[in-house]
Design a protein around this ligand. Structure first.
Ligand code: HXC
Length: 258
């Protein structure tokens, strides 16, 4: 499939998606949403693909929602289009694991898109921020919610109210990113990590992802119950029998994906 604003390639079982609007620092316009929605849906539906990496350029993962596209919209347009809801329903709906590999600016919608990933690997050049307040607006794609859950109220308030950027070190210290790597190694590291995830039993990978996400959306008792039930369901797979047999027989497991 041809995309206008992203590049998509398959490397064995890993799908690499690269935001490709360098002239606008990968600002997220409606075409990016259309393209990403289709690319993530295709990744999720392709039985040969088991993990994805979303990345940007050396200078910017994404510098936010496209301000030029939004500038002339009226409040009624935002409301009637339910602007930004597509990002949640299309990108977040992905059931297979995916990683955001972030170098340079991840601002506004760019930071919010990175936070939709299962986890973020940051280059040492990465800078995160929710500068919407400077445009007299506020986050619209989860920034006030996911950032607060990731880094806590104090840091989230500081970021949203001042619009300041957080560097990679602060982001790692605060729990926003899983780890930092030198910028030159970012893609290699993210692809290797994705390949490691892609080599896991696929249903187990999907269930592990689902379980951790449930922790963000439910209370402890309900979360623990859901975790036990999902564990029990997973125990019914052929791959579970194979995984335990392979351990006992001291050999690598061979996965059926069911
Ligand atoms: C549209 C953008 C853009 C954006 C950058 N560009 N960010 N276009 N939307 N979010 C464009 C610039 O206009 C410029 O195009 C080109 O990309 C290069 O950007 P420069 O500003 O020249 O680069 P630099 O001086 O290096 O500064 C980088 C930057 C700055 C610090 C990242 O571009 C910046 O502050 N961008 C906006 C960041 C932001 O406010 N993001 C939040 C957006 S709101 P030209 O054609 O001039 O060369 C959001 C959610 C909103 O995400 C929710 C509202 C409901």
């Amino acid at each position: 499939m041809a995309y206008e604003t992203i590049l998509v390639e398959q490397r064995d079982a890993v799908t690499l998606i690269t935001l490709n609007r360098p002239q606008a620092l990968n600002a997220l316009n409606s075409q990016v949403l259309v393209d990403l929605g289709a690319a993530f849906a295709a990744f999720d539906a392709d039985p040969s693909q088991h993990c994805a990496v979303l990345t940007g350029s050396e200078k910017a993962f994404a510098a936010g929602a496209d301000i030029k596209e939004m500038a002339d919209k009226l409040a009624a347009d935002f409301f009637l289009e339910d602007f930004f809801s597509g990002w949640q329903s299309k990108v977040v709906a992905t059931r297979k694991p995916w990683i955001a590999a972030v170098a340079g600016f991840a601002l506004g919608g760019g930071c919010e898109l990175a936070m939709m990933a299962d986890f973020i690997i940051a280059a040492d050049t990465a800078r995160f921020g929710q500068p919407e307040i400077k445009l007299a607006v506020a986050p619209g794609m989860g920034g006030s919610q996911r950032l607060t859950r990731a880094v806590g109220k104090a840091k989230a308030m500081d970021m949203c109210l001042t619009g300041r950027m957080m560097d990679a070190q602060e982001a790692e210290r605060s729990g926003l990113v899983a780890r930092i790597v030198p910028a030159a190694d970012l893609l290699d590291d993210a692809l290797k990590t994705a390949a490691a995830i892609a080599s896991m039993p696929p249903m187990a990978a999907m269930v592990n992802k689902e379980m951790v996400n449930i922790a963000f959306e439910t209370g402890l008792a309900q979360g623990l119950l859901t975790e036990r039930r999902l564990f029990q369901i997973l125990s019914a797979t052929d791959d579970r029998k194979e995984g335990m047999a392979a351990f006992i027989e001291k050999r690598p497991g061979v996965w059926k994906g069911r």
